[in-house]
Design a protein around this ligand. Structure first.
Ligand code: SAH
Ligand code: SF4
Ligand code: F3S
Length: 475
């Protein structure tokens, strides 16, 4: 499996890109980013090479997210736009969570779509692409009217759709095309075993399946050999890692920590109901682990947490935060909160505001509650008006910005280690990277020296700090 797992960086592909080109637009979370890298890896085996220009793509894939309302409409509007602009003879595919949720019938409705693949059978993509190419060529040979220029009125596209309802027993290993050079995403679990009453993920990603420690470790060893320095372990609930294969997350962390060459390790997302004091102690003890926790609270009110089926109380949540801060005083903690969960009263909303201030989040994603199909909360009474919800989210975002700004001041004047990723997108005169606690940091640096630092860990002094990013100078 090792050879398959070997990733393909921009460097180690020497072949000329004269073959076919694939363009992928990735929506949603890191699971989708990781899936996109897998799709690119698999497609390279059938000679499709990545492009970031839609107009030159022979295959364009929309990797969809279904976490919020209007996910299907959003997909439709992308495909509509793409169909008008596509290169003649090119194929359009939809993958990801909307594909899994809607099933293969979706192609009956969207006639301009050529390929549909679910999350459970993403490894089937190369076969489906070849099938679609063959069908297209056959139609061309048979002189189907309109096919040459791709847009004949009578042209009914031959479609290829496959979405597995059942999860495959084994998660097939596939090649991966890494878009990043210095840090790499590594999936440790697929799916989620919880059933938070608002959430579509269990439907779109299936139940939790942990990869074995050996498999994960060997992937990371391969990455270290290729020069990757930082690893980000991914899962919907990383703290639940191993519960389905008789091991646990801290055992995995200790094993990974031994891999030589990897200098920094992070993980997301943590679930407060499975996070343990032992895990916090392990992160505090092992130097390669970033002192960074993404621990979504969702609400600061126990009644709401119960109706969300989150399996923890506000008090338990604060116990975890306080323990993190006790062992790692400067640790970064970020979170997610849902506003306007069905029936959330003003007092209950204010409990979430209080939680932000007490937990002192460094950042927090907020979202107004969205009804999702197949979820229990979708059928519940939701008397709060849209205006009220918008008012609440505006207020909450202001409190988060204020808290984050205050929190960021602790870095001022400190020396931090940044893994430099490249020139800053906003200002190419600066370098950008992240400190150990994950905070984005822009470094003032003469462009002539950039090459010397890119891909390296560099010691910097923090000169400015705001809610979203730090500024620094090299020491
Ligand atoms: N596994 C993670 C979250 C995954 S979904 C956890 O358990 O916390 C990412 C975020 O999207 C969630 O944290 C939640 O804040 C938000 N979210 C999920 N479903 C939502 C919905 N129906 N409406 C609004 N926000 C939602
Ligand atoms: Fe969704 Fe809850 Fe699972 Fe997170 S833990 S992915 S919110 S069901
Ligand atoms: Fe979206 Fe699917 Fe992730 S619904 S948030 S892309 S798991």
């Amino acid at each position: 499996m090792q050879s398959l797992q070997q990733s393909k960086t921009k460097e180690n592909i020497a072949k000329p890109r004269t073959k076919k080109k694939v363009f992928i637009e990735t929506l949603g979370c890191q699971m989708n980013l990781a899936d996109t890298e897998r799709m690119l890896g698999m497609l390279e085996d059938i000679e499709y090479y990545p492009t970031d220009k839609f107009a030159e793509a022979d295959l364009s894939i929309l990797n969809t997210c279904s976490i919020r309302e209007h996910a299907v409409d959003k997909m439709r509007s992308y495909i509509g736009k793409w169909d008008k602009l596509r290169k003649p003879g090119s194929l359009i595919a939809v993958s990801g969570c909307v594909a899994q949720q809607e099933g293969s019938d979706l192609v009956k409705e969207i006639k301009t779509l050529d390929i549909l693949v679910g999350t459970h059978n993403i490894h089937r993509l190369p076969d489906l692409v070849i099938e679609a190419e063959n069908k297209y060529r056959e139609a061309l040979d048979n002189g189907v009217e309109g096919i040459e220029d791709n847009r004949g009125i009578n042209f009914s596209r031959p479609q290829t759709a496959e979405v597995w309802e059942e999860l495959p027993e084994l998660i097939p290993e596939t090649p991966i095309f890494r878009k990043t050079k210095y840090f790499a995403w590594v999936n440790i679990i697929y799916g989620c075993n919880y059933k938070c009453t608002y959430c579509i993920v269990p439907k779109t990603r299936g139940e939790q399946r942990s990869r074995s420690i050996e498999e994960i470790k060997s992937e990371i060893e391969g990455l270290a050999k290729e020069g990757f320095k930082e690893i980000i372990l991914l899962g919907q609930n990383v703290d639940g890692y191993g519960l389905d294969i008789k091991t646990n997350f801290t055992t995995l962390l200790r094993e990974i920590h031994k891999v030589e060459g990897i200098e920094r390790i992070k993980f997301l997302t943590s679930h407060p109901c499975d996070m343990t004091f032992e895990l916090i102690e392990t992160v505090a003890e092992l130097p390669k682990f970033s002192k960074y926790f993404h621990l979504p609270i969702q609400s600061g009110n126990n009644e709401v947490l119960k109706r969300m089926a989150r399996r923890y109380t506000y008090e338990r949540y604060m116990e975890l935060i306080n323990y993190i801060r006790k062992l790692m005083p400067s640790a970064t903690v970020t979170s997610d909160i849902i506003i306007g969960f069905p029936g959330e009263t003003h007092e209950q909303f204010m409990d979430s505001i209080k939680a932000i201030q007490e937990a002192r989040f460094d950042a927090c994603n907020t979202a107004v509650y969205s009804k999702r199909p197949f979820t229990p909360a979708a059928t519940w009474d939701d008397p709060i008006s849209a205006e009220e919800k918008n008012e609440r989210i505006r207020f909450m975002n202001a409190i988060i910005a204020e808290t984050a700004e205050k929190q960021a001041q602790r870095y001022l004047g400190t020396i931090q280690k940044v893994l430099v990723e490249g020139p800053s997108q906003r200002n190419p005169m600066r370098l950008a990277g992240r400190i150990d606690d994950n905070k984005t940091t822009n470094i003032d640096c003469d462009p002539e020296l950039h090459d010397k630092y890119i891909g390296q860990f560099v010691d910097v002094r923090i000169t400015k700090a705001n809610a979203w990013a730090l500024r620094a100078e090299i020491v």
